[in-house]
Structure formats: structure tokens, C-alpha cells
Design a protein around this ligand. Sequence first.
Ligand code: PNS
Length: 162
Amino acid sequence: MSRLAVYPGSFDPVTRGHLDLIVRTCRLFDRVIVAVSNNPSKKHIFSVNDRIRMLDDNLKGNKQVEVDTFSGLLVDYLHARKAHVIIRGLRAVSDMDYEFQMASMNRSLYPDVETVFLMPDERYTYLSSSMVREVARMGATLDAFVTPSVRQTLKRKYKGQG
Ligand code: PNS
């Protein structure tokens, strides 16, 4: 039986921290579905197609990984994909409250699901997509935080701003 994990998130945009977590997940599971949330009521700077494309660009060649999108409840998506494991990154203690609430809610909605928390490399402890967006808007160098293809996409997005 192959071990399957779902790594859900906004990925707005994907950072080196997310990619580090995907590599770690691949060491523990046979297959990983990176599930990009498509929630029209949540404000994203990139469309779901752009967010998927940035992930695809950075993950092509990795046969363990599939990039997909979901809308509605995450647990319904897990059920549809016959998956029982959710991967989430824990950077600092400050993530814990939100993550704990989410994991508890998901568990009560779908008791067969387990949330597995992974720590990214410490270089990415204080990295988040929102910080990347802010720094990109101000025109700062982003090489340490995102890959060149994501940097280009951010550059295009913020051209003429900041
Ligand atoms: O990268 P993010 O924004 O922290 O990811 C959050 C995400 C998309 C995983 C979470 O908001 C989610 O699962 N949304 C789907 C709706 C849902 O299932 N809500 C109930 C659990 S809180």
C-alpha cells in the first residue's frame, strides 16, 4: 500500500520554506498531493492558476508529487482522494494556536484523518508568503526566500509599484 499525504495551503506564492517541507514529506511518504486552496472569499494576490503554475515550475521532475487544487472543506477533498494524512509546517510557536485549531476541527469533521506537523529548515523559520509579498512590493532581493521563477512572477506582479 502506498503512503499518501496531502499538503494543503494557499501558496500565494510558494516559498523556499514550502519547497523544503515538500522534500521532507517525500522522505516520509510515497506520494504527496500539494493541494492549492481555491477559496474565492479569501484574498490572494495570485490566481489559483498562477499559484499552481509556480508550484509546477518548481516541482516538475519530482514523480512523487502532484499539484492539485481544492475548494470547500479540506476533509472532503481528503475523502475524495482517499487520503488520511494532512501535512502542515510548524515554524515557530506562534503558528501553534492556528494550526492546533485547524487540526482539531479537521479531526472532528473527519476522525480518520491525522495532521502531521513538520519543521522546515531553520533558515525558513521566519519566512512566510505574506512577508515575501511585502518585501517584493518594496522591490528588495528575494533570492533567499523564493526560487528564480517565483521571483520573476513576483517582479511582473509588482512592476511599477513600490
Ligand atoms: O497556507 P494557508 O493559508 O495557511 O492554508 C490554509 C488552508 C487552505 C489549509 C485552510 O484554510 C483550509 O484547509 N481551508 C479549506 C477550508 C476548510 O477545510 N476549513 C476547515 C478547517 S479550518
